[in-house]
Design a binder for this molecule. Structure first.
Ligand code: ATR
Length: 272
């Protein structure tokens, strides 16, 4: 029996048990995947317990994504670039940290918009939190030549220049967010704005070229006001749920030995 899970606090809302549980069943594996609530300050004690119980590894969510690095014997280059670990593999009692969020973001676009050319023009990124770090890393790896980053708090955007390869990224004023869309090839919302219960993202896509792809990492609701606006204008768009689903694939592979697929049944299951 292979054991894995997701650690975080709170963690009961996590969709990861449903995702991994679906794949365990689909591939007829002897395994389990649980949500494990761990309070900040109790990380080391609980992680040691998981190692003793023979866990193959675990996903890491808020608030442990940065702190878990200190417990890892190795942290791979991607996770170091992003500055956070979302997946841990345990072998011979040692923890290896990785981050699959950038992979999830890119694979979601590749699956849902296979025609999209990352190199065809600038990407406009809204927001400068943890999700933005992974997305910018992913875009740079795909060869995006120009990234225009804008965030309500400019200093937080400036701080993202320490992502390897991002030193020349253009930081734009939040007040100019409508105008900088003029030459965009891709627009990504990495903030939680537009999520059910949150404020709406205040943006006007009038200047955005009709061919530009629009992606929102918010997936509840699936059709956010931003995506609805893009659809109305006739722009191609990709919803956010696939980032969550695709980031889980390499983790599942590392623990269970199979690289699973994101299929319609899984999408339906997780969208509820
Ligand atoms: P995560 O790590 O999940 O990306 P985060 O670090 O809390 O989340 O980042 C949230 C992002 O949403 C930030 O870019 C934040 O902008 P600030 O850096 O100015 O806080 C952005 N955000 C949150 N509420 C916002 C609002 N009302 N208007 C504009 N941006 C907002």
């Amino acid at each position: 029996m292979i054991r894995a899970g997701v650690i975080g606090y709170p963690v009961h809302h996590s969709k990861s048990p449903a995702i991994h549980g679906y794949w365990i069943k689909k591939h007829n594996l002897s395994g389990e995947y649980k949500a494990i609530a761990i309070l900040p300050g109790e990380l080391e004690k609980h992680v040691q317990h998981l190692v003793q119980q023979g866990y193959a590894g675990f996903n890491v969510t808020i608030p442990h994504k940065v702190d878990i690095q200190t417990l890892c014997s190795t942290v791979d280059a991607t996770a170091r670039a992003i500055g956070a670990v979302n997946t841990v593999v345990i072998r011979d009692g040692k923890l290896s940290g990785m981050n699959t969020d950038a992979y999830g973001f890119i694979q979601n676009i590749k699956q849902d918009a296979p025609f999209f050319d990352f190199k065809a023009g600038p990407a406009v990124v809204l927001g400068a939190g943890g999700a933005a770090r992974a997305i910018i890393h992913g875009l740079l790896k795909e060869g995006v030549l120009e990234i225009l980053l804008t965030n309500r708090t400019r200093e937080k955007a400036e701080a993202l220049r320490d992502i390897p390869g991002a030193s020349n990224m253009m930081i734009m004023d939040w007040d100019d967010r409508n105008d900088i869309l003029r030459e965009a090839n891709l627009l990504v919302n990495t903030t939680a704005l537009g999520m059910a219960g949150q404020e709406k993202l205040d943006i006007d896509l009038k200047a955005l070229p009709r061919t530009a792809l629009v992606n929102d990492i918010v997936y509840a609701p699936l059709m956010t006001p931003l995506l609805a606006q893009a659809k109305n204008k006739g722009n191609p768009f990709v919803t956010g749920i696939g980032m969550l689903l695709h980031q889980a694939r390499p983790a599942f592979q590392a623990w269970f030995g199979v690289l699973p697929e994101v299929d319609e049944e899984l999408r339906k299951l997780v969208q509820g």
